[in-house]
Design a protein around this ligand. Structure first.
Ligand code: URA
Length: 450
């Protein structure tokens, strides 16, 4: 394999043979091919795309870069959930305990912050001691013991994705359908999930900003999943404003804990209940998604889901005391409010911009190896549709250490909120449902596709 020739072929839009794709991914994972050549290859794929067969080959190559887990010792239908990435999207932290408490095993391999979006692993690691890097044995034992496990790719499990994910982030080549499919699905196939619930985000803060593109991606993920016998279904949901109120790693853990203790934001709770309902249904613990939602609600109301979160944190070495009492955590060094410059209604929140600003505050990585500040983030006081008086707080900015360009960041946050004199139309939370039968409208009160 001559890598330069593969890059040239892709630059010209040619489809590559399966074996070449497999060799390229293996060699990059092992260190033979460097970041420079892989980045050039990614850029060529970004502009030229890949065929369906190439995507299947890419997904297989990702899976084959490590081992596949055997979860046959864990009884039940294993169901995972994955989001294509958003701002303030902490649903995994809420859903995994709900669904596990309902008796459906949840093996979850998650990612780190990517571009302007947050990552479940970074959020979990803001809990002191929480280990996301588990051996295969630890992964299986934790799942068998607590009913849920939340971890990252390891040297054993899809190492290709760990390396390529980080390179896509650094080279702004995240939005390539085949790489998104290979990245998400390889992790789920290798971890041994039987079914996958996908939360495909659309809107300004999503990688697929356009609804039609998001629908196309959803269909593509269902199709590629089916080629590997993975049942994929899910929802296309709104990312035109952050989900819930908190954006930033520890802040999002706190909001997840609040949600499990019935103090969560309405949009976050509604989405978590719907996603959990589908997972509980796929895990054969409910006859319909609606019944699954009722069970999910009961798991929160009875305290079972919160107790399950504590159990998960303990099993993965995290400090349970800060989850049981989030006030026991370190106090942020920076806590400043950003105020509205005029009276009116919040018409729009530039979600992507806000995600980038939160990254700049220290919650994400601007370059590989950057250290994350777990306390960096934003707590929204106003969301789209809310009335705001001039001088009233739009949000609060927090950070665990001094922020160099804080006043510039504050001004940019102010600019990220558009204020109008009349109330805007609120975006729907769930745009559509999808499964192997296609993409359909969703009845959010009857909890069924229509
Ligand atoms: N989530 C992933 O795991 N990979 C992607 O490429 C995008 C979102």
């Amino acid at each position: 394999m001559i890598v330069q020739e593969l890059i040239r072929a892709k630059q010209r839009g040619q489809a590559l043979p399966k074996d070449d794709i497999a060799r390229l991914i293996k060699s990059y994972t092992d260190g033979g091919v460097g970041d420079d050549q892989m980045a050039a290859f990614l850029m060529a794929c970004y502009f030229r795309g890949m065929t369906y067969d190439e995507t299947i080959a890419l997904t297989s190559a990702f899976i084959d870069s490590g081992n596949r887990l055997d979860l046959s010792s864990v009884p039940g239908v294993k169901v995972d959930k994955h989001s294509t990435g958003g701002v303030g999207d902490k649903t995994s932290l809420v859903i995994a305990p709900i669904v596990a408490a309902a008796g459906v095993p949840v093996p979850m391999i998650s990612g780190r912050s990517l571009g302007h979006t947050g990552g479940t692993l970074d959020k979990l690691e803001s809990i002191p001691g929480f280990r996301t890097s588990l051996t295969v044995k630890e992964f299986v034992d934790t799942l068998a013991g607590t009913g849920a496990v939340l971890a990252g790719q390891t040297d054993d499990l899809v190492p290709a994705d760990r390396k390529i994910y980080a390179l896509r982030d650094r080279t702004s080549t995240i939005e390539i359908f085949p790489f998104i499919a290979a990245s998400i699905l390889s992790k789920k196939i290798a971890e041994g999930a039987d079914a996958l619930v996908l939360d495909v985000k659309t809107g300004d803060g999503a990688f697929m900003q356009d609804l039609e593109k998001a629908k196309e991606l959803a269909g593509y993920l269902v199709e590629v999943g089916a080629a590997f016998d993975l049942r994929v279904s899910g929802f296309i949901t709104d990312m035109d404003q952050p989900l819930g109120s908190a954006v930033g790693n520890w802040l999002e853990v706190v909001e997840a804990v609040d949600t499990l203790q019935r103090r969560g934001a309405d949009d976050l709770l509604a989405l978590c209940l719907t996603l959990s309902g589908l997972m509980i249904h796929l895990g054969r613990k409910a006859k319909s998604i609606g019944e699954g939602v009722e069970i999910a609600r009961y798991m929160i109301d009875s305290g079972a889901a919160f107790r399950k979160l504590v159990e998960i944190v303990e099993a993965q070495g995290g400090d349970v005391s800060v989850v049981e009492s989030t006030l026991a955590y370190r106090v942020p060094r920076v806590m400043v409010e950003v105020h509205a410059e005029r009276t009116g209604y919040v018409a729009r929140i530039a979600c992507r911009r806000l995600g980038i600003l939160v990254s700049r505050l220290g919650a994400g990585r601007l370059k590989a190896g950057d250290e994350i500040d777990p306390l960096a983030g934003i707590i929204l006081r106003k969301k789209v549709g809310d009335h705001v008086e001039r001088g009233e707080a739009l949000c609060q900015v927090t950070a665990g250490k001094d922020v160099e360009d804080l006043s510039a960041i504050r001004r940019e946050i102010q600019r990220a909120f558009s204020i109008s004199s009349s109330p805007p139309e609120k975006p729907p939370l769930i745009h559509a449902f999808f499964d192997h039968e296609g993409v359909r409208a969703w009845d959010a009160t009857g909890f069924r596709p229509v």
